[in-house]
Ligand binder design. Sequence first.
Ligand code: GDD
Ligand code: MN
Length: 369
Amino acid sequence: MAASPSITIVVPTFREVESLPHLLGRIANVRKQHDLDLDVLIMDDSSNDGSVELVNLRGESWVQIMVRTSDRGLSAAVLDGLRRARSDVLVCMDADLSHPPEALPDMLRKLADGADFVVGSRYIDGGSTSDDWGFLRWLNSRVATMLARPLVNIRDPMAGYFALARTTFESGRDFSPIGYKIALELIIKCRCERAVEIPIHFEDRQFGQSKLSFKQQLLYLRHIRRLYIYKFGVWTQLIQFLVVGGMGAVVNLGVLTLLVMTRVPVRVSVASAIFVSMCFNFVLNRRFSFSFARCGPWLKQFVRFIGASSAGALLNYACTLAMLNYVPSLSPQLAAMIGIIAGTGVNFAASRYLVFRAAHVRVRMNAKP
Ligand code: GDD
Ligand code: MN
């Protein structure tokens, strides 16, 4: 990258007319003080609140505002802006002054030092958030962050303040962001390997309102599930399969307890509990673990699933007995564990490759998981 690269700051906005003068003023200072070749591209989703008039009135040649009328949403607006920008370095920053423009020179330095993605972070040493964050928002942010940790090696993957080289952005493929977490999407889809963080103080907004709604948080869960599938493929299916299996075991025990309590004969209770939990596992695996096949014929899948699960159970049984037979020093519990692992492995493979086959649904393969 050139010694002093050109920079475009993409600012997504929706109803931010009150914040814009403050934001542009602070960016102007940084621009002047560090003699940066910097322009600002505001991506506004038809706020109709005077933002356009304000920008025009200020008449700064380095500030441009684009009014978007379709494909609304924060991530879509940011992606749109990043695609339009022609500078060497692309930056994304909120309009509400939560992200200090003064941190920009630090970010540029990190890029020049070889980082391929720089995040303005609240959660590393020196970073902070305003104290008047309620407990719920704090907790929410922490849980969301934890869910993303296996995907990217940074402490604040939720951040909306970041910088990357245009060449890195252009190497990205398959963008399909839903919701708010565009940085997460970019780090994974641009295959960034040297993502680093610089500390920022995340200031609470002073004007206007946050657009982070409950719906956005549900979208986040869908987004993150998609990213797991994108990054870890079949392992994600295995994890979901195991989670469903664990829940199935709880259902099994619950039903069993209930039936025994109502004096149903034990054998019938055991068999019924197993059957109910199999049905439960089938429904959840079809909906989540192997959702790519969920428009296949369910009855056929169900019969196969029962068949495959029985095969797994038989293997479990045989394996446990064989272990006990050949390694007499082994405790029965350990033998049972080995049996369970073998049975689960076969169950998973059979479910994945024999029951929920993608071949049934080739036309839908591009559908959203
Ligand atoms: N164009 C466009 N379209 N802009 C939007 C939209 C939209 O639908 N929704 C929000 N924005 C803009 C806002 O105007 C603001 O500039 C920025 O996106 C962030 O929106 P806020 O409503 O202030 O979000 P937040 O403060 O709750 O969330 C911020 O902090 C989170 C971390 O807690 C964002 O930076 C998130 O990305 C970040 O995860
Ligand atoms: Mn905000």
